[in-house]
Design a protein around this ligand. Sequence first.
Ligand code: MN
Length: 197
Amino acid sequence: MFSLIQLPYAADALEPVISRETIGFHHGKHLQTYVDNLNKLIAGTEYESMPLEDIVCKAQGGIFNNAGQILNHNLYFTQFQPADSQKDKSNEPVGELAAAIARDFGSPEAFKAEFEQKGTGLFGSGWVWLAADKDGKLVITQETNAGNPVVKGLKPLLTMDVWEHAYYLDYQNRRAAHLQALWSIINWQEINRRYLA
Ligand code: MN
């Protein structure tokens, strides 16, 4: 049985970048539905006691879709922090990850520009990811629907959800503005921790 992940911040802590209302629907309704659906689908199957990442790598169809969306949203919701919790208001990548971003993209600005462009340019519903290969090289991938780069053997580090439910209440059709705003609430210590894990 999977359960709904607890948010590491209050529902209104990410305002004005992500409103309490969006958190309420996105975490409390959309993600809860994926959890409920997956638990029903895996009852009595080989997937019942399997870790989430293993289900995502092995399953197809409805089980893949719901497990993928749980994995994606768990990584998504735990990568944020309130903007006012940052000592450094510029909120740039830190540690080994910062060095890898400079090495593989040239600069944080070049990385963010490519990431936003790939998120804005993804047609339909999906996710844009920063991921690392087995040698620690960083790549940005576009995944449709419930996709996660773990299926390609990559380690998922950071993601932006480009399903309309992630931003429509706050930004309507302005996906690019939403993606640009998210940088101010990224918890780079957490992303660096994932990179080193
Ligand atoms: Mn979502």
